[in-house]
Write a protein that binds this ligand. Sequence first.
Ligand code: ARG
Length: 458
Amino acid sequence: MAKLWGGRFTKETNKLVEELTASISFDQKLAAEDIAGSLAHVQMLGECGVISSADAETIKAGLLAVKAKLENSELQYSVANEDIHMNIEKFLIDEIGSVGGKLHTGRSRNDQVATDMHLYLKNHTIAIIELIEATQAAILKQAEENIDTILPGYTHLQRAQPVSFAHHLMAYFWMLERDKARLGDSLDRIDWLPLGAGALAGTTFPINRERTAELLGVKHVYPNSMDAVSDRDFILEFLSAGAILMMHISRLAEELVIWSSQEFQFVELDDSFCTGSSIMPQKKNPDVPELLRAKTGRVYGNLMGLLTVLKGLPLAYNKDMQEDKEGMFDTVETLEGSLQLLAPMIETMTVNKRRMKQAVKQDYSNATDIADYLVTKGLPFREAHEIIGKIVLFAIQQNKFLLDLRLEEYQEFSPLFAEDIYDVLAPENVVAARDSYGGTAPNQVEEQINLAKQALAL
Ligand code: ARG
């Protein structure tokens, strides 16, 4: 097939070369953005008198016809036409004849592809921010129902101090809030227009790049044409923020896997979010959180991949840059897919409040509170810590928990102990006592939930 750039060639392209260089199998995802960019470009060309307004109108109508045909799957992409840009240009020329060849005046595929990527990433960054908010809303809903639900809090995955389940869940709300802020911030770098930069040096035609930007609803125009066609750091920024977001999703997914295990039984995931085993009839497997955890690998990989592709590239465009796409699409699709599952999975999970409470009663996670108790009676914290350590050891040897020890037993370790120690040790009181700002006491958690609602503008 004749190439759009075939003029200076005397031989057919080698088939394998054609396959290696073609990007149409994946960059067809940019069709809508490519057509939007072309519509704005050709409108601007007409307004600036670079082409006649009659030609501009014909080309616009042609582009819209191509768009409709693509949406109805009436057109077939071809590898011979290499990428989305040349495939669409070819469809246009087939549609309206040689006047379609005027579309590419004053631009190059280099500024065109960069523009498509900016437009694509802007739309999807906004979509991902919305999906994060839906996940935050699901977390918030579960938190509101579990302010008084107490479970062991862990450090080193060892029981540490009891906490409110709402408090534990809300930690993820705030991580996601920062993820949202990072992505929202990156929009400042995404919302720039490369179009009109030409291949690298600008164009000889009297174009108006500000007008193209206005037509596309893009805020800024790249002031340096070489930077405009070579910049991919707006994608790296997205991949970085995406990697951090996915890491947060993965940590929450890991907790869901642990919490739904037989050993913990803190939550039960809804049947519709689990799968069974082909051999063991009793199994209900948490495949969804496991896969969310696992997909973090490819999201990290996409970031490392593009960083590596770009690190040694001289200015300006290099074909290497075509490798920016699959990783970006994959991260976008992985994040969108993961968040779409995470929100309803959290919303529909059953919280086993009884089981959590039982767990708290069978540990030594109230030990810090006896130390604090002795401190309020005047003992330096370090001395109190030592005494309580001995009490815990004694209790373990007796096969008892701290609430099971008799007052006389306590008093053998320190005369400062009195009957009120049992109130201090009750799990609800242990939680309620952590009333410092940002602590796990119910009123602090309520305040936090109020702040969260403000953040979501609920
Ligand atoms: N398919 C190419 C890419 O994605 C478009 C730009 C091609 N430019 C060029 N000079 N070959 O990077």
